[in-house]
Design a protein around this ligand. Structure first.
Ligand SMILES: C[S@@+](CC[C@H](N)C(=O)[O-])C[C@H]1O[C@@H](n2cnc3c(N)ncnc32)[C@H](O)[C@@H]1O
Length: 281
């Protein structure tokens, strides 16, 4: 039997709304004892996402975030300038320059980063992890490789990404799904549905996601201390090979193969877009 105060709080949660106000029922005294309300902002409920909309039908290859760098930089109008969010040692600068030598690359990482301070000869900034030090609509492309499983306030940072992207601009990269703890990761990873939902809540659209290394390869590699012979799994990992074999045997569609690989991947790569008609912040 629930105490009446808890019951009322639950009713408020179930009723929904833009914010949940939950009284501190667990404080000393009775459940009805007055306590400062805690206001937790929540996103308004939205219709369910069509998850098949994000799953490509053209090919089911294993890819990393570089796939979307190439796609963007080989387009008729390549993105320029570009921001690498959570740039670490700045390695992506060379990848972008190999696609477009004149690209203006800007790296951004948090003050606490263990690697960003060693970057030499590149345009690099540090920030507080939420407030990007750029004006609105300033980048047609934001890239982030394996960062969001480390991000303390993902929702707030996604809102900032939307702010600094030009209308129609893209946010590309990769993120963990089923990856064990590493390098101060805060989250076990994002499911594809969770990622699509967070992006949508921030006013961004997940256009496409593709499978990267499979989860079993990633877990085994980490468990065994990253033996060098496992390095090849970044290009093609065993479970993804097995799924390709299953596809041939069962004549599965590209969509079905991608869906299967995405469900069991350790990381996935994505392209997210800021809608062209986004109102000014
Ligand atoms: C696994 S490393 C990836 C580094 C680099 N992107 C790469 O691919 O080598 C994760 C990075 O995310 C950074 N990071 C953590 N929280 C962040 C935040 N809120 N905003 C931007 N970067 C963040 C860390 O400092 C670290 O450099």
């Amino acid at each position: 039997m629930l105490p009446p105060g808890v019951k009322r709080a639950l009713h408020r949660i179930i009723d929904g709304g833009r914010a949940l106000t939950v009284r501190g029922a667990a404080r000393k005294g009775t459940a009805d004892a007055p306590a400062a309300p805690v206001t937790v902002p929540v996103a308004a409920p939205l219709p369910p996402l069509d998850m098949t909309a994000h799953i490509p039908r053209d090919h089911a290859r294993q890819v990393g975030s570089q796939y979307y760098i190439q796609e963007a930089m080989r387009a008729q109008t390549p993105a320029n300038p570009v921001m690498d969010l959570g740039c670490g040692d700045g390695a992506s600068a060379e990848i972008f320059r190999s696609e477009l030598p004149v690209v203006r690359w800007v790296g951004v990482d948090i003050v606490e980063s263990s690697t960003v301070w060693d970057v030499q000869g590149e345009d690099v900034l540090v920030f507080d992890g939420v407030h990007l030090p750029f004006s609105d609509n300033s980048f047609p492309l934001v890239h982030t490789n394996q960062v969001f499983e480390h991000v303390r306030n993902p929702q707030a940072l996604l809102l900032e990404i939307r702010r600094v992207l030009t209308p129609g601009g893209i946010f590309i990269g990769s993120v963990s799904q089923l990856e064990p703890y590493h390098a101060y990761s805060l989250w076990g990873g994002y499911t594809l549905y969770g990622w699509a939902t967070l992006c949508r809540d921030a006013g961004l659209i997940l256009e496409e996601a593709r499978p990267s290394i499979d989860s079993i390869a990633l877990i085994t590699r980490q468990y065994e201390g990253a033996p060098p012979e496992h390095a090849r799994y970044w290009e093609l990992s065993p479970l993804n090979v097995e799924i390709d074999t299953w596809a041939v045997e069962t004549d599965a569609s590209v969509l079905a193969v991608n869906a299967r690989k995405l469900q069991f991947c350790g990381q996935f790569a994505f392209r997210v877009r800021k809608p062209l008609d986004t109102p000014a912040s």
